[in-house]
Design a protein. Structure first.
Length: 357
């Protein structure tokens, strides 16, 4: 397997440890562990390795599927990796909507031929016809994340259903990375609920502030889930016992309250960040979730020059748009700002960037 370096993670590895404010964080502020019962009992493997049937059943209900159509994973990253390894082989073809989280195109690209279909600027709209034109007879998979990372664009239901029909009509699966879906006030129905060709991946990381649990899942047709489970025997074997223990508490009783808290928090931070951007003359695309893709301010050579100046002069980490460039598409004129962190930290980080500008 020959895969490209993960540019965003390498950037974080270089600067995150010594910085004061992580203004590139892509999820909601982390919850304290004392919100939950943190004693899972004996720390053995989860049995069965796909995840406990009751947990899978609770997750499956959101997709109109059965417990046998859900596989619990160590975060969304593993869920996507297992799907790609299960569905793609040399000689196949995949279509990926970009810009997006790098693993959504880099892992498929390590296996087979990949066509990238960019969102239309400046509104980052999904061109379903362009995806349809990119599909080939050997296309096995179409990949999209919604709401989009890094832009914060939420693709509407009609576009997502049209995209599903494009995939289904060509006997290909549509994989929706929906890790930010519940950070929308009115979320689009998940891809896995749209029909037999729909696959959804998600986790508790972004919408609930529980990234450290590393608890995610894949939902979709039973044959896809079974194939992914066979691959999982070679990765993490089972989900985390601790992660599943806390996930059960969230899914069985606290999800509505936790989501309401997260939405209120993001709503407040959204307004703060929008005002800051407009004060600096930066166009605000009104993103969904807690990420926004903004133009690099004047006076900098590109996104890395700007973000490196900010982190070295002000101790604030931003995400260079260049980390999302791929296949001839350049996003070096943008930077990603995450506004899901605690509000006092957000204000501090924005004030420090003010000083740089």
């Amino acid at each position: 397997m020959d895969v490209e370096p993960f540019e965003l993670e390498r950037w974080f590895a270089e600067y995150e440890h010594d910085a004061d404010v992580m203004l590139a964080e892509s999820g909601v502020r982390s919850l304290p562990a004392d919100r939950f019962d943190t004693d899972p009992g004996d720390l053995g493997y989860v049995i069965p390795t796909a995840g406990a049937p009751d947990v899978r059943g609770t997750i499956a209900a959101d997709y109109g599927r059965s417990a046998d159509e859900v596989l619990c994973t160590v975060g969304t990253q593993e869920a996507n990796f297992l799907a790609f390894q299960s569905l793609l082989s040399p000689g196949d073809h995949a279509v990926v909507v970009t810009p997006t989280y790098q693993s959504l195109h880099a892992v498929p690209d390590s296996i087979c031929d990949v066509t990238r279909v960019p969102l239309d600027e400046p509104g980052w709209t999904l061109d379903v016809d362009a995806v349809a034109e990119a599909v080939r007879p050997e296309t096995e998979l179409v990949v999209v994340n919604n709401p989009n990372n890094p832009t914060g664009r939420k693709h509407p239901e009609d576009a997502m259903r049209a995209l599903y029909e494009v995939a289904a009509d060509n006997d290909a699966y549509l994989l929706g990375d929906e890790v930010y879906r519940l950070l929308a006030e009115d979320p689009v129905p998940p891809v896995a609920s749209m029909g037999e060709y729909g696959i959804s991946t998600a986790s508790l990381s972004k919408a609930y502030g529980l990234a450290g649990l590393r608890f995610g899942w894949l939902a979709g047709p039973e044959e896809v889930v079974s194939a992914a489970e066979r691959w999982k025997d070679y990765t993490t074997i089972s989900p985390s016992k601790f992660g599943q223990h806390v996930a059960r508490q969230v899914l069985d009783g606290e999800s509505d309250d936790l989501r309401s808290e997260a939405l209120a928090h993001v709503r407040e931070n959204h307004e703060i960040t929008a005002g800051w951007a407009r004060d600096h003359g930066l166009d605000w695309p009104d993103p969904v979730g807690c990420n926004v893709f903004l133009r690099v301010p004047d006076g900098f050579e590109g996104s890395r020059d700007f973000c490196r100046t900010v982190v070295e002069d002000a101790g604030v980490v931003l995400a260079p748009g260049d980390c999302f460039s791929t296949g001839g598409e350049s996003y070096d004129g943008y930077f990603r700002l995450g506004f899901g962190l605690p509000t006092d930290e957000l204000r501090e980080g924005l004030a420090r960037v003010d000083d740089v500008l």
